[in-house]
Design a protein around this ligand. Structure first.
Ligand SMILES: [Zn+2]
Length: 263
């Protein structure tokens, strides 16, 4: 009995490395170091690419001219390329109650009409298509979604979202969600989670902490396909997710905001 429980926990515990805000203009120094680290430990991250970046914050970084060739190389290595918005410009404010995940704040999608949201998704997908990059998963800038975002995604044949509540991947309204709960890089004792890494903001110390985390937890780091395989609406998963949702709606886990890392 005890070994069965132990096996169940082991099979259902893992972390997926999701990197946000990858664009032609970014902190390439940290990105290149991270790439070497992933190679060294055979890690296949999910890269959230902004197809038509117009966000001033990122435009301030240096530009990589062969960026799309680089993205194709990453995809050839089996890294998952996700669509992270279209331009990453927030031109709406949405309040907590209108936001599917109850964060609220600046938004590129939530709060806009279905037509506008579809136009933006199509525009982003066109860029990927032109560059011969396959996209099956999406996550929105600033994690803001409304009902129309999910309708627009489905209309554009994207049925996977790398965001969500809960401790386990789940399906809702025919969309598969891989949860991203915690701002810190931390391996929970149970559950399948994704990180949310914003490399552009990292210092050298942040990178060193991340390296320590990878070294320590490499055998618990999963691929996007492994996470997808865990999408399951069994009763036990549902109960786990309902419980974690309730707790998290009360207080989003920020734990100790001083550092993104817990190694
Ligand atoms: Zn972003």
């Amino acid at each position: 009995m005890f070994s069965k429980v132990k096996n169940y926990i082991t099979e259902n515990t893992g972390i997926l490395i999701r990197i946000d805000d990858i664009a032609e203009n970014m902190n390439w120094d940290i990105m290149e170091k991270s790439e070497l680290l992933f190679e060294k430990y055979s890690i296949k991250p999910v890269l959230g690419i902004i197809p038509n970046n117009k966000d001033d914050e990122f435009l301030a970084y240096s530009k990589k001219n062969d960026f799309w060739e680089k993205v194709r190389d990453w995809q050839d290595k089996g890294w998952e390329i996700a669509m992270h918005g279209d331009t990453h410009v927030y031109d709406k404010m949405c309040n907590k109650n209108d936001d599917y995940f109850n964060y609220g704040g600046g938004s590129e999608f939530a709060g806009h009409s279905l037509d506008t949201q579809m136009l933006r998704i199509r525009n982003g997908l066109k860029k990927f298509e032109d560059e011969k990059i396959k996209i099956r998963t999406f996550f929105a800038p600033n994690q803001t979604y409304d009902k129309n975002t999910f309708i627009a995604l489905k209309n554009c044949e994207i049925n996977e979202v790398l965001d969500g509540y809960g401790l386990m991947p789940y399906a809702e309204n025919n969309i598969k969600f891989i949860p991203q709960l915690i701002d810190k890089v931390i391996l929970l004792p149970f559950g399948i989670q994704s990180t949310k890494l914003q490399l552009n903001e990292w210092s050298k110390e942040d990178f060193n902490s991340f390296e320590q985390f990878i070294k320590k937890n490499a055998d618990r780091i999963i691929t996007y396909d492994q996470a997808l395989k865990k999408v399951n609406n069994s009763l036990i998963y549902k109960l786990i997710n309902i419980l974690s949702k309730k707790i998290l709606r009360l207080k989003r886990i920020g734990i100790d905001k001083k550092s993104e890392f817990n190694v």
